[in-house]
Design a binder for this molecule. Structure first.
Ligand SMILES: [Zn+2]
Length: 133
């Protein structure tokens, strides 16, 4: 699971489970899900026993900064893994090729990604899959 924070994508450094405090909603133990690092701070996603999610920001020295809601966490949808017939229903072959190339870090035509982006909402409505490239 990667984290989108301030428009940047972060991969987890560690997914070790530790009790890191108390849930601000219900007060039960909060357990870490994943640790992320940005230039200036640490981010830790966490979940309590009752399923409340939180994202906790720490300074570089692990001083607590604040708790954020965990809506920033998204599961990455790999276009290459999606059924081709679903993609074909919405996107052109060139758009599909370049969405996959973009996710894999290969060269792609930017214009095709822009065009594909205008169709993400329709794709999500039809298939319940949210693409974010
Ligand atoms: Zn809770």
């Amino acid at each position: 699971m990667f984290l989108l924070f301030n428009g940047e994508r972060h991969n987890p450094l560690s997914q070790s489970r530790n009790v890191i405090g108390f849930c601000s909603t219900c007060g039960s133990d909060l357990e870490s899900l994943a640790y992320y690092s940005t230039d200036s701070e640490w981010l830790v996603s966490a979940q309590c026993a009752k399923g409340h999610l939180a994202l906790i920001r720490y300074g570089r020295d692990w001083s607590w900064l604040d708790d954020l809601p965990l809506e920033f966490l998204k599961e990455e949808v790999k276009v290459a893994d999606l059924p081709r017939e679903k993609l074909d229903a919405i996107f052109t072959p060139a758009e599909i090729r370049d969405m996959i190339a973009c996710q894999e870090g290969s060269p792609y035509v930017r214009q095709n990604i822009y065009r594909a982006r205008t169709k993400y909402e329709r794709f999500e409505k039809l298939f319940g899959i949210k693409i974010d490239i």
